[in-house]
Design a protein around this ligand. Structure first.
Ligand code: ARG
Length: 474
């Protein structure tokens, strides 16, 4: 490939040891990353060849040779014996060139009624579909880990926050179940994305379809797609499935990142709500007392990569005229990296949730600070003394101001002091001023009462079972 003349071009050759051929090869080749698609590429080719034989476009004899050659290549790649070549650009041409070496001229018939444009779309859709199904399983595992901890801590009281300021006491189980809702929605988004991408591009050819009497329904079925795509131009132009994969991943990563941030906060010595296991934290090389939540911090940080990939591919796609343009080759690294990153984040978070040690005493102590039962006092005035809520709010504000002045909690104020603020207050008020009673009273559907949290856990256990049976059907 060396071209001495061109290599010495002073305008643009300096950075490269060899000539424009080498530069072109470097910018053009995708084999460095799309080799990941080898199994899907071979599956697609096997399905295509079988269909070509079935429809009489190629002979059964040639199809046998092709299938045998492709299976040989599959084992060569899996045994690490296959030599990938950048000169052959991508996975499709690497496989086809090796097929020609193995079986001779029959190899040339495989690409009848097909183009790399529909081929790459098939390979990539198959890969993304498999990855979505892996994420679906991982999300199921994460939700399960949450349910165990939520059930265990259905009655553990902690402060609930708004603006990261103590708002009202909640149960830790309830807080954990909030994440179950988020990851549950992520799972439905994953399944929706699978539904939408479940159409086979094979047979769209370069962009216009083909004059050969192919059977696209047959290849769709062989490859496990629900049906073939309907418009050949759209088929080779479309990367919605990749964008959707990235957006589903970005939303899921964002949920993981919020959880990671809470884990970082909860595990500080100031909060002390949880202790991460040694497996998911590291020590400091200089400060012996430290235990750093590195895994959580990295989950938080890696979200940036996934969000970046989404914006990256949206930007690649936004200016492309129909149909295929080589720009679209940039879809793969974004998706591969996002997938690998998300898999790791989900695994790390499942481990952290399962292993974390919960300090219920610290949570309870914090739950009582910051006048967290002020709303309970106001609600009591409405319920027991018949005050309009706005007035009750005002009366409570005065009680809080007094407690602040006395530097004590609401429950430590004397009954006479409270009665001085409003005469309708009785001894009974103290039954709602404790954090335990506060959470127990919030029995509204979806509320934080332990009984309600246990009901939510039961709902999700059933739903996990139902979703698992869907998995088997799919
Ligand atoms: N490596 C290419 C890609 O990933 C395959 C399709 C090439 N098609 C073409 N017309 N050059 O997009």
């Amino acid at each position: 490939m060396m071209n001495e003349n061109k290599a010495s071009n002073r305008m643009w050759g300096g950075r490269f040891a060899s000539g424009p051929d080498a530069i072109m090869e470097a910018i053009n080749a995708s084999i460095g990353f799309d080799r990941k698609l080898y199994a899907q590429d071979i599956r697609g080719s096997l399905a295509h060849a079988a269909m070509l034989a079935e429809t009489g476009i190629i002979s059964t004899e040639d199809e046998k040779k092709i299938a045998h050659g492709l299976n040989t290549i599959l084992s060569e790649i899996e045994a690490g014996k296959f030599e990938f070549s950048t000169r052959l650009e991508d996975i499709h041409m690497n496989v086809e060139a090796r097929l020609a070496e193995l079986i001779g001229p029959a190899a040339g018939r495989l690409h009848t009624a097909r183009s790399r444009n529909d081929q790459v779309a098939v390979d990539f859709r198959l890969w993304v579909k498999e990855e979505l199904l892996r994420i679906d399983v991982a999300l199921g595992g994460l939700i399960e880990a949450f349910l165990v901890r939520a059930e265990e801590h259905a009655a553990t009281v902690m402060p609930g926050f708004t603006h990261l300021q103590t708002a009202q006491p909640v149960t830790f189980g309830h807080h954990l179940m909030a994440y179950v809702e988020m990851f549950g929605r992520d799972r439905t988004r994953v399944r929706d994305a699978v539904e939408r991408l479940d159409e086979s591009p094979l047979g769209a050819a370069a962009l216009a379809g083909t004059s050969f009497p192919i059977d696209r329904h047959m290849t769709a079925k062989t490859l496990g797609f629900r049906e073939p795509t309907r418009n050949s131009i759209d088929t080779v132009s479309d990367r919605d499935f990749a964008l959707e994969f990235l957006s589903v991943s970005a939303i899921c990563a964002t949920h993981l990142s919020r959880l990671a941030e809470e884990i970082v906060i909860w595990s500080t010595s100031q909060f002390g709500f949880i202790r991460l296991s040694d497996a998911f934290s590291t020590g400091s090389s200089i400060m012996p007392q430290k235990k750093n939540p590195d895994a959580a911090e990295l989950v938080r940080a890696k979200t940036g990569r996934i969000n970046g990939h989404l914006i990256g591919l949206l930007t690649v796609m936004k200016g492309l005229p129909l149909a295929y343009s080589k720009d679209m080759q940039e879809d793969k690294e974004a998706v591969f990296d996002a997938a690998e990153t998300l898999d790791l984040m989900l695994a790390a978070m499942t481990g952290m949730i399962g292993d974390m040690e919960v300090n219920a005493a610290a949570m309870k102590k914090a739950a009582g600070s910051g006048f967290s039962t002020a709303t309970d006092l106001a609600d009591w005035l409405v319920r027991e003394a018949g005050l309009p809520f706005r007035e009750a709010h005002h009366v409570t504000g005065r009680a809080v101001a007094l407690a602040e002045e006395r530097k004590c909690g609401l429950e430590k104020l004397a009954l006479s002091d409270l009665q001085a603020i409003h005469p309708a207050i009785t001894e009974n008020i103290f039954s709602v001023l404790s954090v335990g009673n506060s959470v127990k009273s919030r029995t509204s559907f979806g509320g934080t009462a332990p009984a309600e949290v246990r009901r939510q856990v039961r709902y999700w256990k059933k739903r996990l079972k139902r979703d698992a049976s869907l998995e088997k059907k799919g």
